[in-house]
Design a protein around this ligand. Structure first.
Ligand SMILES: Nc1ncnc2c1ncn2[C@@H]1O[C@H](COP(=O)(O)OP(=O)(O)O)[C@@H](O)[C@H]1O
Ligand SMILES: Cc1cn([C@H]2C[C@H](O)[C@@H](COP(=O)(O)O)O2)c(=O)[nH]c1=O
Ligand SMILES: [Zn+2]
Length: 227
């Protein structure tokens, strides 16, 4: 075989190596997607991080669909909006199953306020990832009592990637992992902002909970401002 023919054959084989990974891996297993979870307290930057990842996917010319629970109409009926007014167009849905049809032709699926969905969100995200989609889910990991919130703990268990983001404690300036409720409601779901919640660190959260049970608590930043 001439040297030129040999070189052409080698080049062809090299190209094949570059083309193959687009359809499967070395063992011909079909390409799968994955699940990413962004969790933390209120004001920790979950929505900002979700929007950042989705915008980057759009820059990469990927087809992106974003969903949020229909009940979350705090800032906008349709958009996902962060506390510092970043926003991205989304589709409000009642049930996670609606995503199976609505996201069937996209590459990347974003979900905000995931804590408000029921356990079927886990199955739906798993199916989407199994069918090759990148699924990015943002939500509160804990409710106002410091208890795991809705489907979030199971989602964190099945996800390939989990990012926990932190707010700043409004009482002491430490990193905050808790959403302390200042409004006088004991219902699990209470939509709200700084009017109803404060980001707090563990110590300041525990102090606040004691205060609610009638024990003495130092004045919070919000309470000081109101004086
Ligand atoms: N206590 C706080 N700690 C950190 N950021 C705060 C706090 N209070 C308000 N913010 C604002 O909230 C933004 C994050 O908003 P967002 O992404 O909507 O958070 P999340 O979705 O986690 O509630 C921050 O960039 C900041 O401007
Ligand atoms: C802790 C806690 C929060 N909520 C509500 C309050 C807000 O409307 C959302 C969280 O929004 P964010 O984007 O994470 O700031 O959830 C609730 O209903 N119950 C709770 O215990
Ligand atoms: Zn604190």
């Amino acid at each position: 075989m001439g040297a030129r023919k040999l070189a052409a054959g080698n080049a062809q084989r090299k190209n094949a190596v570059f083309i193959e990974p687009r359809v499967g891996n070395a063992r011909d297993v079909p390409r799968r997607g994955w699940i990413e979870v962004v969790c933390g307290s209120m004001f920790s930057g979950k929505t900002e991080e979700l929007i950042r990842r989705l915008n980057r996917a759009k820059i990469a010319r990927q087809h992106v669909e974003i969903f949020k629970p229909g009940l979350d109409t705090r800032y906008h009926a349709q958009d996902v909006v962060s506390h510092n007014a970043n926003s991205i167009r989304s589709t409000p849905i009642q049930l996670p199953e609606e995503m199976l049809l609505l996201a069937s032709s996209c590459d990347v699926v974003g979900v905000d306020e995931a804590q408000f969905f029921d356990a079927s969100l886990v199955e739906v995200c798993t199916q989407l990832a199994n069918h090759g989609k990148r699924v990015i889910v943002a939500g509160l990991d804990m409710d106002y009592l410091g208890q795991p919130f809705g489907p979030m703990p199971v989602l964190m268990a099945v996800a390939e990637y989990v990012t926990k983001v932190h707010a700043v404690c409004v009482c002491c300036g430490e990193i905050a992992s808790y959403s302390f409720r200042i409004a006088a409601s004991e219902s699990k779901i209470l939509l709200g902002e700084t009017d109803s919640y404060e980001a707090r660190c563990r110590g300041c959260f525990l102090e606040g909970q004691k205060g609610k049970q009638g024990e003495e608590e130092p004045l919070t930043a919000t309470a000081q401002a109101q004086h």
